[in-house]
Design a protein around this ligand. Structure first.
Ligand SMILES: Cc1ncc(C[n+]2csc(CCOP(=O)(O)OP(=O)(O)O)c2C)c(N)n1
Ligand code: SF4
Ligand SMILES: [Mg+2]
Length: 351
């Protein structure tokens, strides 16, 4: 793939994190997306999230399918592992990689076409199996790369650039992830980095299937009047239920919060998710409640954002399959080829 490298020289006094890396160490090549594309803002949020979490970039594996959104892993975390797969097939590649090597942090980046149209089945099975990954859908309601056809997430009644009205019901990936068992589910907006960065950080630290549906307007094909994925529409209809701060063990708690309006969730790695409640009646621990709240607010024309559900005791595919703690890629011949006697015992147990 052709790409534009960034200049190697940079200011000697750039701020570093505790690992000694600057933000530049978390960047990728120069983006070739349209100027103003929401996807570039999500890439910038990913760079900021990982820089601030002080994760070594090579500990991350970034995976994608096909689309403008799926091109973006080229534009962040250059030193990370990466696999740009086939259209809609990122989840199965992520599943296999995660089973083989559980030491990496898996970051899947996909589009609404990639995950809700051709890859809908793959998306559903990654969620229901509990693949431990941060799965980001950059949702613009269209197939941007192939010139703006409606995708399966486009709202019924939304208008295309040429005035065509979408007659089909839109698939809500947040609703799907909630009903399929994802243990961390959020919705963000590429135009709200303050909300998006901690949502990504919490998802990267979460040890279970984490889905982030990020509304990301396509300025070339879906940013006009009548579209429900335009910057103006999302700004006017965005209702955040909470604001998140992610506090990792080594950080001081610097955000003063009003007592009674903060909900704290300690994740398995000791990091704390601080949810500042904006909608007092919203409970981010209630899966069924989240499903009905989202449906109700959708009927009222709102796009609900924030951390919508989190299970502080998540389980994942490794737990379900009882895989060895060390990871399948660490097994030697003795474990992988246990011999004829072991096979005979398995066969006998099935008779
Ligand atoms: C098997 C297959 N079918 C169709 C295509 C054509 N195609 C490329 S990208 C794309 C849609 C991408 O839409 P989305 O995932 O929403 O990404 P966006 O470009 O909007 O970010 C399609 C249909 C393809 N590359 N491969
Ligand atoms: S076509 Fe749309 S989605 Fe693709 S880069 Fe341009 S603005 Fe972004
Ligand atoms: Mg799209």
């Amino acid at each position: 793939m052709s790409f534009l490298p960034k200049p190697k020289l940079h200011h000697p006094n750039l701020p570093t994190n505790k690992l000694g890396y600057t933000r530049r160490d978390y960047e990728g090549t120069i983006s070739t997306l349209c100027a103003g594309c929401g996807h570039d803002s999500i890439s910038a949020a990913i760079v900021q999230a990982v820089f601030e979490l002080e994760i070594e970039p090579h500990r991350i594996a970034k995976l994608s399918g096909i689309g403008c959104s799926s091109k973006t892993p080229n534009y962040f975390l250059n030193p990370a592992h990466g696999f740009n797969s086939v259209h809609g097939r990122m989840p199965s590649v992520a599943t296999g990689a995660n089973l083989a090597n559980r030491e990496l942090i898996y970051l899947g980046v996909s589009g609404d076409g990639d995950s809700a149209s051709i890859g809908f089945g793959q998306f559903a099975h990654a969620m229901r199996r509990g693949v431990d990954m941060c799965y980001i859908v950059e949702n613009n309601g269209v197939y941007g790369l192939t010139k703006g056809q409606f995708s399966a997430t486009a709202d019924r009644g939304s208008k295309s650039k040429k005035g065509q009205v979408n007659a089909d019901e839109g698939i809500d990936l947040v609703q799907m992830a909630l009903s399929l068992g994802a243990t961390y589910v959020g919705r963000g907006f590429s135009g709200d980095k303050e909300q998006l960065v901690p949502l990504i950080q919490g998802a990267l630290l979460h040890r279970g299937p984490a889905l982030l549906d990020v509304i990301s307007p396509c300025v070339a094909f879906n940013n006009h009047e009548g579209s429900t994925r335009s910057f103006d529409w999302v700004r006017a209809h965005n209702e955040a239920v909470n604001r998140l701060d992610v506090i990792v063990g080594r950080d001081e708690i610097v955000h003063a919060q009003e007592p009674g309006t903060v909900d704290e969730v300690t994740q398995h790695d000791g990091s704390v998710l601080r949810l500042r409640k904006l909608a007092p009646d919203y409970d981010a621990h209630d899966r069924d409640g989240a499903i009905s709240y989202l449906a109700e607010r959708k009927r009222a024309g709102e796009i609900v954002t924030g951390l919508l559900f989190v299970d502080p005791e998540p389980s994942d595919l490794h737990a379900a399959l009882r895989t060895p703690a060390a990871g399948l890629n660490r097994l030697g011949d003795a474990e992988l080829v246990p011999g004829a006697a072991a096979l005979a015992a398995v066969n006998a147990s099935l008779r």
